[in-house]
Write a protein that binds this ligand. Structure first.
Ligand SMILES: [Zn+2]
Length: 355
């Protein structure tokens, strides 16, 4: 594979980056190419941890912004190499997020004297379990490397700004009964029947739409699984309903859990999985200034993203990248060349124009 030329047109660079396969856990080759390309940039200080690269300008500007993107993609689906059809650049990871990655790489190489210092982070294993996440490894091992007044993740956001993210937790509502032969049902207590009350509380549940820092979030409390039954002739003594609560960032994890316990008052509730929400942080000066400079209306982020890792560090963070997030991970994913160019132009201007 030839070296990456980071100085070429950003759409051509995106196509070249798509054509370097980098499924999660297999980012080594792409990381090598990125490292080699950035090594030639005298204005960047480069650190590598595993297959994660951090490249920083150190011009002493008094303000530092972090621009990040993951190197990995979900597994291939016969969608390599890239192909261009009109405005659409197709290929594995085109939307999530090699388009955004190409923009960040191009900026890293070409903005040699930014008006604000920049830390670029190109990291491994975003698409897999958190324990492998390259960004989290830096948080755990060398968090000072991520110091910034604002973090911009170039995840697909349709070239708009998506701020904050909702939290998520999963809980099992465990129902107990008494096992019996179904021919003598009156001898037992049916745990599956007991789930009826759980489901009716979910059906009658009115989700909140709270406004946080000016953005309207939409919550949801949903059954995502149900398990029960032993045999065709047995009254079951156990049934488990798994529920997923997606909560807005005005609630802490503890408050979200208390809310779920309150909804299912009287039932046995066991939490099995959780991730905190992230406030949009648009009240913080650096984030507000970025939003104003780009002149776009920020939108709330409903899914969970690595933005939350920055919020946990006290750094306001947002998503700003090309590509429609609703087609991420699809076999036919694509990124709009016009969006690629406009995101690139706007960030380039923001990094090179004195406010
Ligand atoms: Zn992504």
């Amino acid at each position: 594979m030839p070296d990456l030329d980071l100085s070429i047109d950003v759409a051509l660079l995106a196509a070249a980056v798509i054509d370097v396969p980098s499924e999660s856990h297999h980012e080594g080759h792409l990381a090598d190419l990125v490292e080699r390309a950035l090594e030639g940039c005298g204005h960047l200080q480069l650190v590598r941890h595993g297959n994660t690269l951090v490249a920083r300008t150190t011009a002493g500007k008094g303000e530092r912004v972090l621009i990040g993107g993951h190197l990995d993609t979900v597994p291939g689906a016969g969608n390599l190499p890239h192909r261009l059809e009109g405005d659409r650049l197709y290929g594995l990871g085109a939307c999530d997020m090699k388009g955004g990655l190409a923009i960040a790489l191009s900026l890293a190489a070409t903005v040699t004297n930014p008006v604000r210092d920049v830390t670029y982070v190109f990291y491994e294993c975003e698409e897999v379990a958190s324990q492998f996440n390259g960004l989290q490894h830096i948080v755990d091992r060398e968090p000072a490397l991520l110091d910034a007044t604002l973090a911009i993740l170039m995840e697909p956001s349709n070239a708009g700004i998506e701020a904050g993210c909702q939290g998520t937790l999963r809980a099992e509502i465990r129902l107990a009964g008494v096992r019996a032969h179904s021919a003598r049902a009156w001898m037992g207590v049916n745990a599956i029947h007991a789930a009826g009350e759980v489901l009716s509380r979910l059906k009658n549940y009115a989700p909140r739409n709270p406004v946080v820092d000016g953005l309207t979030y939409r919550e949801g409390l949903s059954a995502v699984g149900i398990q029960g039954g032993i045999a065709g002739n047995v009254i079951p003594d156990e049934c488990v309903v798994t529920v997923n609560y997606r909560f807005a960032p005005d609630r802490t994890l503890a408050q979200a859990k208390a809310h779920v316990e309150e909804v299912f008052d009287g039932f046995d509730v066991v939490f099995v999985d959780e991730a905190d929400a992230a406030r949009p942080g648009l009240d913080k000066a650096a984030a507000a200034a970025f939003v104003a400079a780009l002149g776009v209306d920020p939108q709330p982020k409903f899914g969970w993203t690595d933005v939350a890792r920055f919020t946990a560090l006290g750094t306001p963070a947002l998503n700003f990248g090309p590509g429609d997030p609703s087609i991420a991970h699809q076999r036919d994913e694509w990124v709009s060349v016009a969006q690629l160019r406009s995101c690139h132009e706007r960030l380039f201007a923001w990094l090179t124009t004195q406010a």
